[in-house]
Design a protein around this ligand. Structure first.
Ligand SMILES: Nc1ncnc2c1ncn2[C@@H]1O[C@H](COP(=O)(O)OP(=O)(O)O)[C@@H](O)[C@H]1O
Ligand SMILES: [Mg+2]
Length: 217
């Protein structure tokens, strides 16, 4: 089973957006997906609740209130983390993860919060031993903006505990397609291709990485 954790203690950076779109991507490629919502706000579960029956089923679990085990039939476990998570609960979430995706917004405050979070991650044994693979996603980026460029530069410079660079290959634009997808219980991969081509293209490097051994310990 593939297990992917989408995490960043900062609220509103795109955790649920990335978790639900990944869930839709894998489901539409015939995978059996379990979407574990660790956030009391249950936005991922709300998304699942409005998902049309005509689209591939995705299982959901209210991980913020119930213990769960992913069944043997599950191909991909996607974990949507809550905001404001610190210390021990982070280690608990990390225990299940083989890959971590950290969305970051192009704002000085978000970048500072991301740095702090990365520094904390680097103290966790599993990260030090590279038993979990990390990547960052620059999210809601407007092209040719100073904030967007600064975020790119910042994320390109981040180092892992082993001194190697943090893999950073994904910049997602701010797009109404994500809002429409959130409303409808769909992923951008489940709309007509012409409507979401630019966004799909932006996901390609991330998906290639996720589907390769480079994203697994
Ligand atoms: N790339 C994007 N383009 C447009 N809207 C986005 C994008 N990413 C996230 N959003 C919107 O921003 C808000 C916060 O995103 P969300 O995924 O819920 O963040 P988090 O789960 O980290 O709190 C949501 O309304 C979501 O639809
Ligand atoms: Mg969320």
């Amino acid at each position: 089973m593939r297990s992917i954790l989408v995490i960043n203690p900062k609220g509103g950076c795109g955790k649920t957006t990335i978790a639900t779109n990944l869930a839709g991507y894998y489901a539409s490629h015939g995978k059996s997906v379990l979407l574990a919502d660790f956030d009391q706000q249950a936005s991922s579960l709300d998304w699942l609740a409005v998902r049309p029956e005509s689209f591939p089923e995705i299982q959901g679990v209210a991980a913020f209130e119930e213990k769960f085990r992913a069944g043997k039939n599950i191909d991909v476990l996607i974990m949507d983390a809550p905001a404001g998570l610190h210390g021990r609960p982070i280690s608990d979430l990390l225990r299940r993860a083989e890959t971590i995706i950290m969305p970051v917004l192009p704002s000085p405050l978000d970048m500072r919060a991301a740095s702090r979070f990365i520094e904390n991650l680097k103290k966790i044994n599993k990260v030090i031993k590279a038993e979990v693979k990390l990547t960052a996603v620059a999210n809601r980026v407007r092209e040719h903006t100073i904030a967007g460029n600064e975020l790119n530069e910042y994320l390109s410079r981040v180092k892992l505990p082993d001194g190697k660079k943090l893999p950073f290959m994904t910049v997602l634009r701010a797009s109404q397609n994500y809002i429409r997808a959130a409303e409808k219980g769909l992923s951008i991969f489940e709309f007509a291709p012409y409507a979401t081509q630019v966004d799909r293209d932006q996901w390609k490097p991330l998906l290639r990485w996720l589907n390769s051994t480079r994203s697994r310990p």
